[in-house]
Ligand binder design. Structure first.
Ligand code: MG
Length: 373
C-alpha cells in the first residue's frame, strides 16, 4: 500500500475519543472504529431494515446492511486511489445508516412527524446518537467511543441549532468548514451505491423497465455498449454489465475530478482540507447525468404506487407504535421505561428507530391485534 497523502486523515494524529483509551498495539485508531461498528447491535439490525424494498419482499433486494457494505467497498477503493485513510472511509460507510428507522424514509418521516414538539427525529443525527450513546458495550462509558474523525463523518448534515448542542463534532455546521476527505468521499460513495443498486433492484422487481430507462442517458449509453459487446446473453447479464460500467464511470470521474481539485488547491494537511471548499466532486457532465438518474428513480421507483403502499403501511405502524408508547409508557420494555422517566418522547423514538422492519410489525401486532391476546 502506498503512503497516505499529506491531506489524508492520519490515525496517529486523530483528535481523539471522548473518553481517553490506551492505543492498541496492533490496530490503528480508525481501524478500531471500523471494528467497533461491525460488532455493534445496531450494525446487525441493518440486515432487517428496508432500503427501498421491505426485507421480506425478496432475498435478492438490497437491505441497509448490504447497502452499507457496498458503500464501504466504494469508499474504500476511492480512498485507495486518492491515498486517503481506507479504514476511516470504511468506518464512516459502515456506520452511516445505523440510525435509520424501520421502513426506510417512510419510517423516518413518520417518526419525525411524531417527534415535532419534542426536538424532531433525523436518521443522520440518530446514527451519531447510536455510536455516541445508545450502544451499550463498555463498562466505563455509553456508546462506542469512536474517534472524532469517524463521528464527524457520520454527521453529514445538521441544523445550526442542533449543531450548537453537539460540541466539537457540530462546529463545522456553524463555522462553515468541511469534514475530512474520507468523509466527503463516503458521502458521494453512498449516492453512487444507492443510485445504481436502486436501478438494479427496480428492474429486478419489475417496478421499472428497460424501456423507461431509455430516457436516462447514463444508463442508455452503457446499455448500448453492453448490447454491442454481448448481443446474445440473457438480459439479466446485460443489465449487470451495464450497471458495473455505470459505477465504474461514476467512480473514475469522482477520482479524476477530485485529483484535479487536489492538485490545483494543494492542501498540505487535513486542516487545509477543512478550511477549503468541498474538494470531492464529480465533473459537471457526470453530475448532471447522475442528477437525471436520481430524478428518474424518484419519479418512477420511489413514487411507484406499490412502493407507496409499503411506505404508507410503514408510516402507519411507526405512528401507531409511537402513540401507544407515549400514552402508556408501561407498555415499553423495562430498560426503556427507565429512560422514559427522564425523557419519554426521546426514549420512545430511540426504541422505535432501533426496531427492524419485522420487529416493528411484530410489536405492532402484539399491541394492536385483538385476536392475539
Ligand atoms: Mg446510505
Amino acid at each position: 500500500m502506498s503512503m497516505p497523502a499529506a491531506y489524508a486523515a492520519h490515525s496517529a494524529a486523530s483528535q481523539g475519543r471522548r473518553w481517553p483509551e490506551e492505543s492498541s498495539a496492533s490496530r490503528a485508531e480508525f481501524q478500531r472504529d471500523r471494528d467497533r461498528v461491525i460488532h455493534s447491535n445496531a450494525f446487525r439490525r441493518l440486515e432487517y431494515k428496508t432500503q427501498v424494498f421491505v426485507n421480506h419482499e425478496g432475498d435478492l433486494f438490497r437491505t441497509r446492511l448490504t447497502h452499507s457494505i457496498e458503500v464501504a467497498q466504494l469508499a474504500r477503493s476511492i480512498a485507495r486511489s486518492l491515498r486517503l485513510d481506507e479504514d476511516l472511509a470504511e468506518a464512516i460507510a459502515l456506520a452511516h445508516d445505523l440510525g435509520h428507522t424501520p421502513f426506510g424514509h417512510a419510517g423516518q418521516d413518520a417518526l419525525n412527524e411524531c417527534m415535532q414538539g419534542y426536538g424532531g427525529f433525523e436518521h443522520n443525527l440518530q446514527s451519531l446518537r447510536v455510536v455516541d450513546i445508545l450502544e451499550e458495550r463498555y463498562g466505563a462509558f455509553d456508546g462506542l467511543n469512536l474517534t472524532f474523525e469517524t463521528r464527524e463523518g457520520i454527521l453529514k448534515h445538521c441544523s445550526a441549532d442542533i449543531a450548537a448542542s453537539l460540541g466539537d463534532v457540530g462546529r463545522r455546521f456553524i463555522d462553515g468548514t468541511q469534514p475530512s476527505l474520507e468523509a466527503q468521499i463516503t458521502n458521494l460513495a453512498d449516492e453512487i451505491a444507492y443510485n445504481n443498486h436502486d436501478i438494479d433492484d427496480g428492474l429486478r422487481s419489475g417496478l421499472i423497465d428497460l424501456e423507461q430507462l431509455a430516457e436516462v442517458p447514463l444508463f442508455q449509453r452503457h446499455f448500448r455498449i453492453a448490447l454491442t459487446l454481448f448481443p446474445d446473453v440473457a438480459e439479466r447479464r446485460r443489465i449487470n454489465e451495464t450497471i458495473r460500467r455505470m459505477i465504474n464511470t461514476l467512480v473514475r470521474d469522482l477520482v479524476d475530478t477530485t485529483n484535479e481539485r487536489l492538485t490545483q488547491r494543494g492542501p498540505e494537511s487535513i486542516a487545509a482540507v477543512r478550511a477549503a471548499p468541498p474538494l470531492v466532486m464529480h465533473s459537471e457532465e457526470v453530475r448532471a447525468e447522475s442528477l437525471e438518474l436520481k430524478r428518474f428513480l424518484r419519479d418512477k421507483l420511489y413514487q411507484h404506487y406499490k412502493v407507496q403502499r409499503m411506505s404508507t403501511k410503514g408510516r402507519r405502524i411507526v405512528g401507531e407504535l409511537f402513540g401507544a408508547f407515549m400514552s402508556d409508557p408501561r407498555l415499553l420494555p423495562p430498560q426503556y421505561q427507565a429512560k422514559a422517566d427522564i425523557d419519554r418522547a426521546r426514549a420512545v423514538a430511540d426504541y422505535i428507530s432501533g426496531m427492524t422492519d419485522r420487529y416493528a410489525m411484530r410489536e405492532h401486532r402484539r399491541l394492536f391485534a385483538v385476536e392475539d391476546i
